[in-house]
Structure formats: C-alpha cells, structure tokens
Design a protein around this ligand. Structure first.
Ligand SMILES: Cc1ncc(COP(=O)(O)O)c(C=O)c1O
Length: 342
C-alpha cells in the first residue's frame, strides 16, 4: 500500500547526489581532529552562524545537552519555554547529565517574553537555585514550527546577559525559520552564546547536528562531547552529507512550507479537524480532533488508509512535511484522510 509518512521531517532518506558526496568523502580520525571533511563542515556552519567555531555532534539532543552542561553547574536552573524539546523530548537528560533543574515558562505558541523571564529570576537567596541559562527554540517544534521573532530574540539576549545567564538557541530547524522569514541564520544566531542546528531534519541527512559558539566555549564543548560518548572517528562520510545538504537543500525548504500550507488547508476543510491556519508558519501543522475520538484512535484509522502522523496530545496530532514528499503526495494523503476526518 502507498504510504505517506508525515510523522516527521527526520524520515527522509539520502538521495543519489548526497550518497555520491558521502562515497567521495576524504576522511580521517576525528577524535584526533584529523577528518578534513568534518573540519570543513564545522567551518561552514561556524561561518553561516557567525561564530568562531563549531563542533559536529551525532544528534540534536547531544548538542543541546552539551550546551546545558557548558553553561551550568549542578543545582543551577535553566529557563525555557514549557513546551521546549529540551524539557519534553530529551529523556530528562538535563537532570541526568548536568544535574540542573528546568524552570518551564508558559510561552505564547512557544515564544516567551522578557517580562516572563524577569518574573522567573530568583532574588539571590542561598536557598534558591541559581538561574544560569536561558534557552529558546527556533523554530518551535511542539508549538507547530513557530518562528521566533528576531526582536524578541535580541531582547531576551539582553535580559539573559543582564542576569548573568548563558543564552542558547535550539536551532534544530533554524533553516526553516531563515527561509520562511527572510532573516538569515547568521542574524538569528548573533545574540546567542551557543547555537545548535540539525542536518537530519528538513535538510535530509541520515544524522548529524552541529553546535557553534566562541573558540573558548567550543574547547569545553569538545571535551563534553567525548564525555557524553559523542567522539566519532571517520565520520567525514556523514559530514559530507551535511555539506551537501547545506549547499543543495536549504532553499527547497520553501517547498516544504508550501506543502504544509496545502495540507493545512485540506485538513481545515474536514469536519473533525480544528486547525488554526495562521499558526502554520513553516513545515509543521498541528491540529485537534473534534467529536470525541482520541488522537491515537484517529492515527490508527489514518494508518490503515496509508497516512502516518504522530500524537501531540490526547486529541492533538502533528503532521510534518519534508523533502521526500511531493505536492501530489500531500493531495493523496488528504484524499485518504478525508474518509477518516470528514
Ligand atoms: C526542536 C528540536 N530540538 C532538538 C531535537 C533533537 O534532535 P535529535 O533527534 O537529533 O536528537 C529535535 C528532534 O526532533 C527537535 O525537534
């Protein structure tokens, strides 16, 4: 049966061009710092983000967790949106790997405000945890691919500095934010001490993320990558996929956003769907199922029709578009979904 996989933008497979680039990679042992392809990828990302150095890491989770470790000591507090990936989808790693507690702020579609951060800052008594890191996620996954406004990013950075906190961006989908908003990755990244980006989401590589920051901070990051088990050897084969993706796959993210618009409009026409079209800013569409069925029931019915999505709450579903789907795949998925949702 033909299946349209809208579960995530991580389900893509490398295309011929990417595989050829991987096969042709020059490699070395990167734990000794001797893989020229990894070094090139790291330079490219550092350049793109306007940071001194960058470090290739297996996953976005490891990038974020290295950042948490870099900016904190055990018992410190990390301020972030309540729906953030670091809090919800990284297995409680911040507590396990860095011994910190997370202070969840209820953002507006994932976007937190300066006044919320100010209100979350402790008064400095010895019995209070010390706020040491402020994180934002751009685009915001759980909120539905929301783009962080640049002015807010800048204001929050000023606030973080004022209170002596580090400032980290989980930019797993920064590429989508840049293409959709016209603000460059460089401008989005400027106010941050550390930025993590993923190559395995919309850009289509099999794996790989990159953490960027100052030379000084990245020296420690390299140490924590090893400590967390992320030192890799002839990984230039994978870095080559990342270089290929950065050179070839960024601009086509705009098409993924068009696919998400088509999908969202189609879903909106179904009686059992409650979706806010203006919330669909990039490649993620989140909707509620109305009429009593749970998300899991609906997802099982959709799967039987050849359409896959993921649950995002008891009655909430997420659908994500990506480069391995065409506009006609989306039309096909809507046609199949109609029997379940209309
Ligand atoms: C916003 C965000 N940050 C971080 C990650 C973690 O990436 P990984 O799955 O590579 O650990 C994800 C994964 O989907 C994500 O959506």
């Amino acid at each position: 049966m033909r299946t349209i996989d809208l579960r995530s933008d991580t389900v893509t497979k490398p295309d011929r061009g990417m595989l050829d680039a991987m096969m042709a990679a020059e490699v070395g042992d990167d734990v000794f710092g001797e893989d020229p392809t990894v070094s090139l990828l790291q330079e490219m990302v550092a350049d793109l983000l306007g940071k001194e150095e960058a470090l290739f890491v297996p996953t976005g989770t490891m990038c974020n967790q290295i950042a948490v470790r870099l900016h904190t000591s055990p018992s410190d507090e990390v301020l972030l949106d309540a729906g953030s990936h670091i809090r919800n989808y990284e297995g409680g790693a911040a507590a396990a790997l860095s011994g910190v507690q997370l202070f969840p702020i209820p953002g507006e579609r994932g976007i937190i405000s300066v006044s919320q951060v100010e209100a979350s800052i402790r008064t400095g008594y010895e019995w209070e945890p010390r706020p040491r890191l402020l994180c934002v996620e751009n685009t915001h996954n759980k909120a539905g691919g929301t783009i962080y406004p640049l002015e807010r990013i800048i204001e929050l950075g000023d606030t973080a500095r004022k209170h002596g906190m580090g400032y980290h961006m989980d930019g797993a989908r920064i590429w989508n934010a840049a293409v959709a908003s016209g603000t460059s990755e460089h401008d989005f990244a400027a106010p941050f001490d550390t930025v993590s980006v993923c190559l395995s989401k919309g850009l289509g590589t099999p794996l790989g993320s990159v953490l960027a920051g100052s030379k000084e901070i990245m020296t420690d990051a390299r140490r924590y990558r090893k400590l967390f088990g992320g030192g890799m050897r002839q990984i230039g084969y994978i870095a080559a996929a990342g270089i290929y993706a950065l050179n070839n796959n960024r601009t086509s993210l705009a098409l993924d956003h068009e696919k998400a618009q088509l999908l969202a409009r189609g879903l909106d026409s179904f009686a059992s769907v409650d979706i806010k079209l203006s919330n669909v800013e990039t490649n993620i569409a989140i909707f509620d199922v109305v009429g009593g069925r749970t998300a899991l029931q609906v997802l099982s019915e959709l799967k039987d029709k050849g359409v896959q999505m993921v649950p995002f709450g008891p009655h909430t579903i997420r659908a994500t578009t990506h480069r391995d789907l065409t506009m006609s795949d989306i039309e096909f998925a809507l046609d199949r979904a109609k029997a379940v949702l209309n």
